[in-house]
Write a protein that binds this ligand. Sequence first.
Ligand code: CDT
Length: 317
Amino acid sequence: MSRVVRVAAAQMGPIARAEGRAEVVDRLIAQLHKAHSFGADLVIYPEMALTTFFPRWVFDDPNEADAFCEAAMPNPAIQPLFDEAARLQVGFSLGYAELTQEEGRKRRFNASILVDGTGAIVGKYRKVHIPGLAHADPDGCASNFEKRYFENGNLGFPVFRAFGGVLGMCICNDRRWPEAWRVMGLQGAELVMCGYNTGATRMVMEGNRRVMEPAHLATEHNLLVMRAAAYQNCCWVVGVAKAGAEEGSNFLGDTCIIAPTGDVVAKAVGLGDEVIVADCDLSAGDYNRRSIFNFEAHRQLQHYGLITAQRGVKVPV
Ligand code: CDT
């Protein structure tokens, strides 16, 4: 049986602070229509796709962040996207800032959901690796203050049976950490979606001097981590950017779809709203899964005194 899923990566250009949910949802629906016209089964949107990337700011009162968060998913503002996607029988993955009441207190998470072709939410992920600072940076280098607003995700790295395969999600900074991918790989992930808001340049301290990191590295590292993850875990990787000049930040584009071989099979060319598509055969990683990356045969962590987890099975040593 063919397990080819036609996947659309829906890169977004900048979202201004003044842009309301209705305007953004209109943009998302326009991308959904384009993806549908390409015959896509699944559309993947970036991290925090409903608002501007607010953690670039240090609000005196962190509760100001609530205005950028969704207290329910879907909610009346987002429902038109769910309705149109279900009408077209196209699934989607959407990143958003989540506001929730759990354990008797208000909590915020940087989240993403997976929605099937009927409009049902079949998976949810909360970003584990929250980057940046919780307070203003005395050096003036930092451009990410997510730690001020978000808790670390508490759902682990789950995978979901959907679209005829095993799918997982991670969010932006998570992609730089191999264990995020490997935990999903161990559960048999065949396609992993990763939305991001990543600066095109980065300031760092060199001694007591503020310097710009070499400009090519943002693109280089973005591709490096996702291509390696795809290859080492025998899965498709779909990296989807919020790109371009947004409220003083210059975000990287480079939205891409990467095969389990590590090859980039589709890539965005601009820094605006752009839809790219690839046919992702979910069985394409099987030959490596049975040979060079046969975890059960070759991943012998018992020699380090660690627990060897096989695909979906925990094996005590
Ligand atoms: N959004 C996000 O996670 N951005 C991070 C910035 C890291 S630098 C503090 C990223 O990994 O791209």
